[in-house]
Design a protein around this ligand. Structure first.
Ligand SMILES: NC(=O)c1ccc[n+]([C@@H]2O[C@H](COP(=O)([O-])OP(=O)(O)OC[C@H]3O[C@@H](n4cnc5c(N)ncnc54)[C@H](O)[C@@H]3O)[C@@H](O)[C@H]2O)c1
Length: 367
């Protein structure tokens, strides 16, 4: 790790200090402080940046994103803005010569994401992407089990993200019903990063989708009782074919009140693996093998779903220091976005859609 090699913690600036930023700042200021030092933050709403800097005792506050990007001490920028602005904010950070770690999705279109990746290559900086839950103990264990051949050859998988939307808890949930979000773009990246780690690149998709409710009533404060117009499909059923063989079905929905469908199962030629919610970092992994004919728990049940957001940022600064590709390289974010965009096209056209991008980063399984 960077700190163990005797290097100083890498100076980081945070852009966008809304709902998820406190979780990141808490983790970065505690568990991950040997690796990264949050120098300061900026937001399009400067009062938010000032309040967050005070709350987390950050050394500097910036009145604007440009001010933060002009700070030469900052080497890495953590982008936590809403999806519609990821491209604009990341592009500005790259132009300023900063390495960028961005929340999902990397951008709202493959064209934007490709331009961003090319821009970063020209400037000579790196980009890495959330989610980082795939670096947590549960998925790492599952990846090792598959790598060791304990379910044989992976032949299929089933993924289900079924809930009734984020307007029950998020203070400003309208963006979840705008392009760049919806259940597919917002939650799909957790399931897709796990599926890609387990089964490799996707070569084609087919899908159907609908928006079952045209408007959504907010039940969280402070906007309780207001209504959101829905501008994206909110129930998306998809089938993916993998380049090295195998099929996965994935349903992402904000329209389901209750479900007992498993979050993620992977089926092999000689066994089955059941994973916990890939939005979590840990949890119980269950293995069934033809040889034993019984379910075996490979890890203890989760007592507390510890949020370790920031794990991917630590992996990122470590990779930069080593001159290596990060595990959550932009090519992963780009392939995930390409799959999701292709699912959208397939649902609109009722056609099978080939996916042209491929994974080109290091394996997700840590050595
Ligand atoms: N909220 C969660 O639980 C959660 C969990 C995981 C990932 N995420 C991801 O994190 C990102 C942010 O989500 P959130 O829930 O914190 O959203 P949010 O709306 O609560 O916060 C976003 C912040 O970004 C600021 N912002 C927007 N555009 C900006 C711009 N151009 N320049 C500077 N600041 C700008 C807003 O003022 C706001 O303070 C999203 O990509 C989301 O998918 C959120």
């Amino acid at each position: 790790m960077v700190a163990e090699l005797g290097r100083a913690a890498v100076p980081v600036g945070v852009i966008g200090v809304g709902n998820i930023s406190d979780t990141y700042l808490e983790n970065l200021r505690s568990s991950y402080s040997p690796f990264v030092e949050v120098i300061g933050c900026a937001d399009v709403i400067p009062e938010r940046a000032r309040a967050a800097a005070t709350r987390w005792a950050l050394p500097r506050t910036y009145e604007s994103v440009d001010d933060l990007l002009a700070d030469e001490q900052i080497r890495v920028v953590l982008v936590l803005t809403t999806p519609a602005s990821h491209f604009e904010v990341c592009s500005a950070a790259v132009s300023a010569g900063k390495h960028v770690f961005v929340e999902k999705p990397i951008s709202v279109s493959v064209d934007q994401a490709s331009a961003l990746v090319e821009h970063a290559a020209q400037v000579g900086v790196s980009i890495a992407v959330a989610p980082d839950t795939c670096l947590g103990t549960a998925l790492q264990l599952a990846l090792q089990v598959v790598e060791d051949g304990r379910i044989g050859e992976p032949i299929a998988a089933s993924a289900n993200m079924l809930c009734h939307g984020h307007e029950k808890w998020h203070p400003n949930p309208a963006f979840f019903y705008e392009p760049g979000a919806g259940p597919l773009m917002d939650m799909g990246p957790y399931y897709l990063s796990a599926l890609l780690g387990l089964m490799g690149s996707v070569e084609s998709v087919q899908a159907s989708s609908q928006a079952s409710f045209g408007q959504r009533e907010v039940s969280s404060e402070p906007l309780k009782g207001t209504w959101i117009d829905v501008h994206v499909p909110t129930h998306v059923a998809s089938t993916m074919r993998f380049e090295r063989g195998g099929i996965a079905t994935m349903v992402t929905s904000f329209d389901v009140w209750a479900s007992q469908a498993p979050h993620l199962e992977i089926y092999g030629s000689s066994g089955t693996l059941v994973l916990p919610n890939p939005n979590w970092y840990d949890g119980q992994v269950l293995l069934w093998q033809v040889a034993g004919q019984e379910w075996v728990s490979l890890s203890p049940p989760v007592s507390a779903n510890i949020d370790r957001r920031g794990l991917g940022l630590v992996d990122f600064v470590e990779a930069i220091a080593a001159g290596a590709q990060p595990r959550l390289d932009a090519s992963l974010g780009l392939h995930i976005l390409d799959i999701m965009e292709s699912i959208g096209v397939s649902a609109k056209t009722d056609c099978l859609v080939p996916v042209s991008s491929r994974l080109s980063g290091p394996p997700l399984l840590q050595a």
